[in-house]
Design a protein around this ligand. Structure first.
Ligand SMILES: [Zn+2]
Length: 396
């Protein structure tokens, strides 16, 4: 992860939206001739960023909860009082599909401006079959109406909806018996995720949901050991999850389980920051154990972060990842974590031409500078969609 494979004075040849060659400028310009050239002299070219964990589809906002957090009210306590996820569930259910689509389209264009070209996008604020379908359909439509690539994840097991309060087993029944087969039949999701957490979906329920997803062709991923060492990472490895996410309180057995299964650890350094928890996942331990680490924003109403470059910086400053490790985690490893490594995540012959030109003379400026936007140009499938930091796609 610590070797990003830099080509000094490099060039990339693109045709039909794909990378056809990459190498030294002299070598490329001898072989290929085109009137359409982008000059990246003195700048860094990287793959488009891949955000491996977003709760992308939601309506409304929860700025009032910031004051509660400042006063020390814990997240699971806010949830118990009907706030947190449940507030967003009400707002998302109320929004029509058209309204939700408009909000999410603006959000998608915002991410592109910061250099994010592929994201994993979860449902999980509908929590009725109808509203989960609505959320997943919005993701599908954004794939057509914006240049952003969204990989849809069904997260019906995000919270226990109020109508199932105290009846979690019945809620798991309906997810497994009705919702997953319907979502699978309509091909609305690639992944099935679960919020495996004490007092929400504990290990047995989580296992049942992920196994049902697998039988219906949905790849497993898991919110694991964020607040308590519940055994989420162990379960992630057991079911062969593509990615296990958060991992703040992972046990030693959890780590071994991920290692055995080849599960990717997706770390979300903005999550503890916005939860005001002074605890971060042990990225150094994961990396020294040979577990591939990916990065995600956790973009959601509780962690509203739109600048993925800030996530890269937080990985450096809070997780002690090197800028090279953070860049790998934000591109190729994240591409693996969303099942897209064949197409995106690196500048390689045959892959989609999703590239960034940074206003930076050294890639390490990415981790080092905090909170700005260093993206000058975004190329998506061979087409420039951001130039000089300005989005060329109409917002309408
Ligand atoms: Zn999450």
């Amino acid at each position: 992860m610590d070797d990003v494979g830099i080509i000094e004075d490099g060039a990339v040849a693109i045709a039909n939206g794909q990378i056809v060659e990459v190498g030294e400028t002299k070598f490329i310009t001898e072989q290929f001739h085109s009137k359409n050239r982008l000059d990246a002299s003195g700048k860094v070219v990287t793959p488009g960023f891949v955000d491996a964990h977003t709760h992308f589809v939601f309506a409304g906002s929860r700025e009032t909860e910031l004051e509660m957090k400042i006063k020390g009210v814990q997240y699971l306590e806010i949830l118990k009082q009907g706030g947190g996820i449940l507030r967003t569930v009400r707002d998302t259910r109320t929004a029509s599909k058209k309204e939700l689509l408009e909000v999410c389209k603006r959000r998608a264009l915002g991410l592109l401006n910061y250099g994010v070209t592929t994201i994993e996008a979860k449902s999980g604020y509908g929590l009725t079959l109808e509203d989960e379908l609505k959320s997943l359909e919005v993701i599908g439509e954004l794939n057509h109406s914006t240049p952003l690539t969204l990989i849809p994840t069904f997260l019906g097991a995000h919270a226990i909806p109020p109508e199932y309060s105290g009846r979690v087993s019945e809620y798991v029944d309906v997810i497994c018996e009705t919702w997953i087969p319907e979502i699978s039949r309509r091909k609305l999701a690639v992944f099935c995720d679960v919020f495996c957490e004490k007092g929400v979906f504990e290990v047995d329920h989580s296992r049942r949901i992920l196994e049902t997803g697998k039988r219906n062709g949905l790849l497993p991923r898991i919110h694991a050991d964020e607040f308590f060492p519940l055994g989420g990472a162990e379960l992630g490895g057991e079911v062969g999850a593509v990615s296990a996410d958060h991992l703040l309180n992972m046990s030693g057995e959890g780590l071994e389980s991920l290692k055995r299964a080849g599960t990717i650890a997706t770390l979300l350094p903005a999550a503890p920051l916005t939860l005001m928890i002074d605890k971060y996942p042990d990225a150094r331990n994961l990396i020294s154990n040979g577990i591939p680490v990916a990065l995600g924003s956790d973009l959601s109403p509780s962690c509203w972060i739109e600048n993925f470059q800030l996530v890269i910086s937080l990985a450096c400053y809070k997780l002690r990842m090197t800028p090279a490790e953070a860049l790998a985690a934000a591109t190729i490893n994240a591409a693996h974590a969303v099942g897209m490594a064949e197409r995106v995540g690196s500048i390689e012959k045959g892959k989609n031409a999703d590239l960034l030109i940074l206003d930076a003379s050294d890639y390490r400026l990415l981790g080092y500078r905090l909170g700005g936007n260093q993206v000058n140009t975004v190329v998506k499938n061979g087409k420039p969609i951001v130039k000089e930091g300005r989005l060329l796609v109409a917002e309408g």
